[in-house]
Design a protein around this ligand. Structure first.
Ligand code: DGJ
Length: 522
């Protein structure tokens, strides 16, 4: 790749990006956002290391080799505050440098995870000089004045110390990686949240709660008039949670802003999701959750995106809640289960910037092989997906209750259903390695699609709402794979494999890739 500026077609618009530019998010005119690395769209086919496996490079080194062999292109790597600033003001980033160089050697990109003030609502990663000095670095308080380990979000000393350390980290990353761009994104904090109670009850927090709601937040609630948190949002846990969300957001903003001033990589923060039916205070509260987006977006504009850690069921619904205008989807943590391979195809199909099962190094052999197949397929498809543009790609994922869905592409409607709905489906209705039906669809020409996934049946029709609707038939279906942006045919499918021309079918129990060309007739 030449270092000179290159222009490429990005989602229908031409975007100039230089291969030498640092990684960045670019939103095209059609509203779709891409992560651009070395001048080209990049999709993070990732995995997150277990929390303690980046504390020594000797532990991480063989794991990086394993992940590269699994065909990941990105690893999410913790950076622990206690390890990089063991003595106040004395920074030691050698470990970070070693990790970045080791990942680079394995041709892996890196998303660094800043385990700073908060990790899962606790503060176990702060250095000992902070832990042992609660008078200077105050803790959150529960009702009755009981102090907890978690740092208070209402103490300037806390945020200043965190922002200083994070800025030093980013300055260091720029020094060791400003040219190579191994590090492509940074997560600021980890699952920030209040646990056990909905709000900090310290004196500073109480004073802040009695103050007026800041104008920047109020402006996001058009019907509301100025007042205190209770006056604007009512009495009770919901108002308290919004209040905490705002203060967590502005704290995280100060940290992110200091880091970006040193090296402006794309930044995110992640959420521990709220279990349906639980109330604020019963789940980790105040984090970047869907119902608190206004507080986080207004309070933390330096964060490029808010991200879900998806361990709960309803993968589709969680993706829907996080993929919004102004918030591209990136999944830094997903449950490391057999479904992960199909979840990866689905998420990237619907436009996610990346996908990453947690504790990736612990994946058992069979699901690891499935994930590898998904990542190889996604790597092959990358140029096709990058060229496709808005409205030309889709993810499909079947839940038990929803074995059928419709996807519209221009004037075509694709009826997509799970393989087990097909009367002559193979007996493999539950496959232990590929238990979940789903994948992605990309429109490569007006009447031509590539479908990749497991257990998918597609029939094609003209949108009946179109008065000029014609009949649509299957001209041909080919099985194959994509190499260097071109579809390579390995088998022409017909007869039983297409139900005598009625549908395209990717049988359950394997990852299939097929291309279909349609024809129209009156
Ligand atoms: C979510 C956290 O963000 C991770 O660091 C890890 O603690 C996992 N939970 C464990 O399931």
């Amino acid at each position: 790749m030449k270092a000179a500026a290159i222009a490429f077609a990005l989602l229908g618009s031409s975007v100039a990006a230089a291969a030498t530019d640092s990684p960045r998010l670019v939103t095209a005119t059609d509203g779709t956002t891409r992560l651009i690395v070395d001048g080209k769209p990049f999709t993070a086919l990732g995995g997150e290391l277990g929390n303690s496996n980046a504390s020594h490079v000797a532990v991480a080194k063989p794991l990086f080799a394993k992940l590269a062999a699994m065909k990941l292109n990105t690893v999410l790597v913790p950076v622990s505050w206690e390890l990089v600033e063991p003595v106040e003001g004395k920074f030691s980033f050698d470990l970070v440098g070693d990790l970045v160089r080791e990942a680079r050697r394995q041709k892996l990109r890196v998303v660094l995870l800043w385990f700073g003030s908060w990790k899962n609502g606790m503060s176990s990663y702060v250095p000992a000089w902070i832990k042992s000095n609660p008078a200077r670095f105050p803790r959150a308080e529960m009702a009755g004045g009981r102090r907890v380990e978690a740092l208070s979000a209402f103490a300037p000393a806390n945020v200043q110390a965190d922002a200083r350390a994070f800025a030093e980290l980013m300055r260091y990353v720029r020094t060791v990686d400003g040219r190579d761009h191994t590090v492509i994104m940074v997560q600021v904090e980890n699952e920030v949240a209040m646990i056990d109670e909905v709000a900090d009850r310290s004196a500073a927090a109480k004073a802040a709660f009695a103050a007026p709601v800041p104008a920047a937040l109020l402006a996001r609630f058009p019907g509301k008039t100025a007042g205190t948190w209770e006056q604007v949002f009512g009495r009770g846990a919901s108002a308290e949670e919004m209040f905490m969300a705002w203060h967590y957001a502005t704290y995280t903003e100060a940290v992110a802003r200091a880091g970006k001033a040193a090296y402006p990589l794309p930044m995110l923060t992640n959420a521990a999701l709220n279990r349906p039916g639980k109330k604020p205070g019963q789940y980790p509260s105040g984090g970047p959750l869907p119902h608190l987006f206004e507080a986080w977006k207004a309070g933390a504009p330096s964060l490029d995106l808010l991200a879900p850690d998806i361990y709960l069921p309803d993968f589709v619904a969680w993706c829907d809640r996080y993929q919004r205008p102004g918030n591209p989807l990136f999944i830094p943590e997903a449950k490391n289960e057999a479904d992960a391979a199909v979840h990866a195809l689905y998420a990237i199909g619907r436009g996610a910037l990346g996908f990453s099962p947690f504790a990736i190094e612990t994946t058992a052999e069979a699901p690891a092989a499935a994930l590898t197949k998904a990542y190889v397929t996604l790597t092959d498809l990358a140029p096709v997906l990058a060229a496709a543009g808005a409205g030309k790609t889709a993810g499909v994922l079947f839940e038990k209750e929803h074995p059928t869905t419709h996807v519209h592409f221009g004037d075509l409607v694709l009826n997509v259903s799970h393989d087990y709905t097909f009367e002559w489906a193979s007996p493999a209705r539950h496959d232990p390695v590929w238990p979940r039906g789903g994948g992605l669809i990309v429109q490569i020409a007006p009447d031509e699609f590539i479908v990749a996934g497991n257990g998918i049946i597609v029939t094609f029709a003209a949108d009946p709402s179109n008065a000029a609707a014609v009949n649509v038939g299957i001209e041909r279906v080919d099985e194959g794979h994509v190499t260097a942006g071109k579809f390579v045919v390995t088998r022409r499918l017909n007869g039983d494999e297409t139900h005598q021309g009625r549908h395209l079918r990717l049988p359950m129990g394997a990852l299939g890739v097929q291309r279909v060309k349609l024809y129209r007739f009156k």
